[in-house]
Design a protein around this ligand. Sequence first.
Ligand code: GLN
Length: 499
Amino acid sequence: MSSADLTRFTAAETAAAIASREVSAVEVAQAHLERISSVDGAVHAFLHVDADGALAAAARVDAARAAGTALGPLAGVPLAMKDVIVTQGIPTTAGSRILEGWVPPYDATILTRLKGAGLVLLGKTNMDEFAMGSSTEHSAYGPTFNPWDLGRIPGGSGGGSAAAVAAYEAPLAVGTDTGGSIRQPASVTGTVGVKPTYGGVSRFGLIAFSSSLDQAGPCARTVLDAALLHEAMAGHDPADSTSIDAPVPPVVAAARSGDVAGLRVGVVRELSGEGYEPGVQQRFEEAVALLSDLGAKVVEVSCPHFAYALPAYYLIAPSEASSNLARFDSVRYGLRVDDDGVRSLEEVMSATRAAGFGAEVKRRIILGTYALSSGYYDAYYGQAQKVRTLITRDFAAAFEIADVLVSPASPGVAFPLGAKVDDPLAMYRQDLATIPSNLYGGPAMSLPMGLSEGLPVGLQVMAPTMRDDLLYQVAGALEAALHDRWGGNLLASVPELAA
Ligand code: GLN
């Protein structure tokens, strides 16, 4: 087994090979670090690689295995983490200059759990600054490039995580999804990305963008791998006041069940057609037909208020961001601009925020501050909250007639770098299909449904809150049928990237 081969395995296969002592965790970590060295110059998925930490963690797994300690189902599997998640002793920037050089003193709960399960953290992945964007071009550290076509964006805000997985730099990654930042990158890179139920996975240690919407979740190359990572990080956390105190939905068993016979699948009328590329629409119709062939009962559902999801989100998310980002004040974290050392505190704060935040972040802070200001609060923020309630009611009504809902995950294929970066509304429209689930709080996934113009496109599956297992049940069955049709995983045809 050559070291390059080790990067081609799924997480489940890697864990099995480590458990059966076919390979060591250190060999697996080394193979991925070599892969990163050879391709990340072209992809730029990582902002920071922690080679020493990864090798040390892998050695601990090998030692535990040698000592006969029972290992978890992902022990020794390498992992990448979006740079919005805090990591003790490892720089964390959230893609922003304002946090350059900041080294967190603690781990996010999800990282504590994943380390405890024996996963090996390779490093931190690139992202749009503070998770605001759909292309990773708003990173202060330069964009990430889509492994399918290096002239195109990998989606955003978690483009680094998706690209790392698609480029075989890591079998698993963690992302965060506030309006689509796990699912849209998954859609345009041919990976599987899941936004769990809001409150299903701890937010403790996530740098907050929009606290009522933010949710961490898995990125992987297969549905089963995503389920294994989901199960390893989910569950109640007393340190997160919005965490749900209930058993984790049985996502791994659901991914393995592979059966959708009799399941009612609702096609959301408002999430296709106008605004969606014809190639995306075509793959979507084929995926729905395949679900029907597999025995699902396909019904059409209407969610009339989804049309207002985008404007409601772009009031709620910036409003919460304007409050959350107030903490970056030049005193507590990262950057401080105080050239002459004699300025007032207010001048230092103002100069630091002017230099430390990028244009999109400033746009959101201004929008949010305006929407929350007295005299406008009811007309903007209050109105958006009412729309949020109507969208939640649309979901409730749809789930009376369907067990899950489906749509394309993104309106188009990966677009060329630079194509939308100066057109905020065009960028915001990437989230047409993903935002409703964030406003509602239910789980949603993107899984590959084929290629359009030679580039991957994703199917979105949405489920009621705390029924994350239904996503995996549908996706597991569909993935098996699609892999039969394609002769394997689409990602096997990612172009060779090594120099
Ligand atoms: N693209 C959306 C935005 O810019 C969603 C971001 C996210 O999910 N973090 O806000």
